[in-house]
Ligand binder design. Structure first.
Ligand code: RUB
Length: 273
């Protein structure tokens, strides 16, 4: 396969969510860029998922750093995050998650391998069901996992209809900004409800998702919601949502387990953008 064909395939997989999650998108975009390193390639990649500052940050870094050096950060950061999450999870915990975040999934699988005993509640995550991917990965690793419809998230969080009370919410992030976090649609309401019921919400994320720039919120194709819908029915398909920092107990990144404000202080010293 030519480099052009390989590049086009990566772009198409990112657009179709075959490659999804901020970290995987950024890593794949980096690999695609090095197949055809040009400004045009950068533009095409950035347009493939607009709400992804980590992709923008790593593509900008290619001016100064080699592909290998940037990729090394992904592995080192993941290892540190996994160790922080291992410390955070207690035996017997019920952990709630939403969508599919590689950072969350990897950390849970790591904790399981190191002997922590816990279970996970998660959402399907309509319209594209990324929650099934999470459930599959966790189930494969031997973690007890229960999946709920998105609308049942409050029942899953609280001790209501034959469910246990959730001890911690762990979600990923697409963007870390000064006012809070942008993540999959649903993350805002889940975090708000969790906060009001004193369930701590942890954002599991590489610090390279931080940006001081404005982040556009991606609107996805309406066919994902209802293909062949009646013509007089209007459909909106927002992919992402804002989570206010007051709902967030801590950001778990390679920089440590930090309150949102402490994370901001630390990241502004290390940030390259
Ligand atoms: C995925 C999503 C994830 C973040 C973080 O949305 O919201 O929580 O991207 O993922 P989508 P990661 O499926 O639309 O990309 O931890 O893998 O970077």
């Amino acid at each position: 396969m030519s480099n052009q064909k390989k590049f086009d395939k990566i772009v198409s997989d990112i657009k179709k969510i075959k490659i999804q999650g901020a970290r995987n998108v950024a890593k794949s975009a980096l690999n695609a860029y090095f197949l055809i390193p040009s400004e045009k390639s950068k533009d095409i990649l950035l347009k493939s998922r607009p709400t992804e500052p980590m992709m923008k940050n790593v593509l900008d870094m290619t001016k100064k750093y080699s592909q290998g050096k940037i990729l090394k950060h992904f592995d080192e950061s993941r290892q540190k995050i996994n160790e922080h999450i291992f410390k955070l999870i207690k035996n017997g915990d019920v952990i709630f998650t939403h969508c599919h975040s590689t950072s969350v999934s990897d950390a849970l699988v790591y904790a399981k391998k190191k002997g922590r005993k816990f279970e996970v509640y998660n959402t399907e995550t309509r319209p594209l069901y990324q929650g099934r991917k999470t459930a599959q990965e966790l189930g494969k690793a031997g973690i007890k996992v229960t999946i709920f419809t998105d609308s049942a998230f409050e029942i899953a969080l609280l001790k209501t209809q034959d469910t246990k009370k959730v001890d911690k919410v762990l979600i990923g992030a697409d963007a870390l900004i000064s006012r809070g976090v942008i993540n999959k649609i649903g993350s805002g309401m889940i975090s708000e409800i969790a906060y009001h019921h004193k369930i701590p919400v942890y954002i599991v994320s590489d610090s390279w998702k931080y940006t001081s720039k404005k982040v556009p919120l991606e609107q996805r194709n309406i066919n994902e919601i209802w293909n062949n819908a009646p013509k007089n029915v209007k459909i909106k398909n927002p992919a992402f949502e804002f989570v206010q920092k007051k709902y967030i107990k801590a950001v778990v990144s390679e920089l440590g387990i930090l309150s949102y404000d402490n994370f901001l202080k630390k990241v502004s010293k290390t940030s390259k953008n």
